[in-house]
Design a protein. Structure first.
Lengths: 115, 114
């Protein structure tokens, strides 16, 4: 158990819909990262928040957005969903800002299926 | 720019045999390197990391990796495979010096044959 929690575990929805994925980082971790894992694209970094502020952006679509709240939990919002958005979405956390030598602690993921 | 290449998307070994998972990196500055393991239906777990101290890094579950600058490699090894080692393994790189993003490889699925 990494200490990172994600809800829900599974999510099934229809194209065009909007969903929210939730992540709680390990106690004491200030950075939260979101990743998308799919069979065809592997593990893709989406976005990072540090202590409530956006710190880095990766391959995140404009239809996707995220935020980190004062209690440090984070939410990833996916809208106008398409079939290709079906994937595993992971949240990870680390103590600081993502210093180069830091490892990431991953949550168990949310499996999103878009029908 | 930084990148990692994992050679072999699938590797099969017999139980008790040597495990060797290959990773080559590219980085314009001295890298930090990581190996993560992902068991079925779980998130990634950090196995070990190299951060410019000893070139031979020991991790959890009997795994170790050696940083070879001349070969730009960071291969993961384990002397004797167990059935419980069956999982997907990801190599990752980040560049030293302040904040840098972590770039993951495409993963290698390890199958252990009884």
């Amino acid at each position: 158990d990494s200490g990172v929690t994600q809800t829900p575990k599974h999510l099934i929805t229809a194209t065009g819909q909007r969903v929210t994925l939730r992540c709680s980082p390990r106690s004491g971790d200030l950075s939260v990262y979101w990743y998308q894992q799919s069979l065809d694209q592997g593990l893709q970094f989406l976005i990072q928040y540090y202590n409530g502020e956006e710190r880095a952006k990766g391959n995140i679509l404009e239809r996707f957005s995220a935020q980190q709240f004062p209690d440090l939990h984070s939410e990833l919002n996916l809208s106008s969903l398409e079939l290709g958005d079906s994937a595993l979405y992971f949240c990870a956390s680390s103590v600081a800002t993502g210093l180069a030598g830091e490892g990431r602690f991953f949550g168990p993921g949310t499996r999103l299926t878009v029908l | 720019a930084q990148s990692v290449t994992q050679l072999g998307s699938h590797v099969s070994v017999s139980e008790g045999a040597l495990v060797l998972l290959r990773c080559n990196y590219s980085s314009s500055v001295p890298p930090y390197l990581f190996w993560y393991v992902q068991y079925p239906n779980q998130g990634l777990q950090l196995l070990l990391k190299y951060t410019s101290a000893a070139t031979l890094v020991k991790g959890i579950n009997g795994f170790e990796a050696e940083f070879k600058k001349s070969e730009t490699s960071f291969h993961l090894t384990k002397p004797s495979a167990h059935m419980s080692d069956a999982a997907e393994y990801f190599c990752a790189v980040s560049s030293s010096g302040g904040y840098q993003k972590v770039t993951f490889g495409t993963g290698t699925k390890l199958q252990v044959i009884p």
